[in-house]
Ligand binder design. Structure first.
Ligand code: APR
Length: 246
């Protein structure tokens, strides 16, 4: 396929695509927000009030990400790219499982847990190849380092870029997100009218907005099944997938 004719798949992913890799989602009954209060660990006020608690929270999640491995859904998307499809991933996840599976075009809407950043100048970012962030770890300007993630109440600097990417989708695949958080959930409205949208999520039946096709299966089954159809035909289309009740 030449670059201009290459079908362009845009994939919007959420915590559900990493669930089968052992990383907790947020709003399930055993989710992260059942264990911690957002206002204690995921807001700028929380960081100002108790930076050590926030840094410890993200150190625990960072260790979990490092122990996790990409699953069949992450790998299937990387395989599709290797087959010549243009695959742009817009993820709400702060893990690096898409990259470790081999995806090369990944936009992290809510930041990256394996990066630290200055608490006074967001342009100053530092990779965290190992270990975590401790009180007293400072940026080049001498200010305390913080996780390079978007907290509740903070702006989403990459949202405009994400809109531009979705606006060029030949097909929009949405995987493992409850569509509960703005502005990420609004990205579905940025897809061209003629672009099909399909949601892969065990709760797709209750989550999918009108007009969105649903595959009510875990990402590790639904995504590879769709990718198999697309790789076999060399094009992006919505097969009639025979998965349980839709
Ligand atoms: N395969 C596919 N989807 C799954 C799986 C799975 N194996 N397991 C769970 N899910 C689905 C759930 O049904 C749910 O719809 O994943 C979704 C997870 O929803 P949330 O926990 O709300 O996570 P997410 O949508 O990514 O949250 C968005 O909220 O807390 C903030 O910044 C955080 O990026 C996060 C944002």
């Amino acid at each position: 396929m030449t670059s201009s004719s290459r079908p362009h798949l845009v994939v919007l992913t959420g915590a559900g695509i990493s669930a089968e890799s052992g990383i907790k989602t947020f709003r399930a009954s055993d989710g992260l927000w059942e264990e911690y209060r957002v206002q204690d660990v995921a807001t700028p006020e929380a960081f100002n009030r108790d930076p050590e608690l926030v840094l410890r929270f993200y150190d625990q999640r960072r260790a979990q990400v490092r122990r996790a491995r990409p699953n069949a859904a992450h790998r299937a998307l990387a395989d599709l790219e290797r087959d010549g499809f243009r695959v742009s991933i817009v993820t709400q996840n702060i893990d690096d499982l898409h990259e470790r599976a081999g995806s090369r075009d990944v936009l992290h809407l809510h930041g990256e847990i394996l990066m630290a950043r200055s608490s006074v100048d967001p342009r100053l970012r530092y990779p965290l190849p190992r270990g975590g962030i401790k009180l007293g770890d400072v940026c080049d300007k001498g200010s305390q380092l913080r996780p390079d993630v978007v907290w509740f109440g903070e702006s989403v600097p990459r949202y405009a870029d994400a809109c531009d990417i979705v606006a060029e989708a030949d097909l929009l695949l949405v995987v493992g997100t409850s569509l509960a958080v703005m502005p990420a959930a609004l990205l579905l409205e940025q897809a061209p009218l003629e672009t099909d949208i399909v949601l892969v999520d065990p709760q797709a039946g209750s989550l999918a907005p009108p007009g969105v096709a649903r595959v009510s299966r875990p990402a590790g089954e639904g995504v590879p099944e769709l990718v198999r159809h697309w790789r076999r035909e060399g094009r992006l289309w919505l097969p009639e997938l025979r998965f349980g009740p839709s």
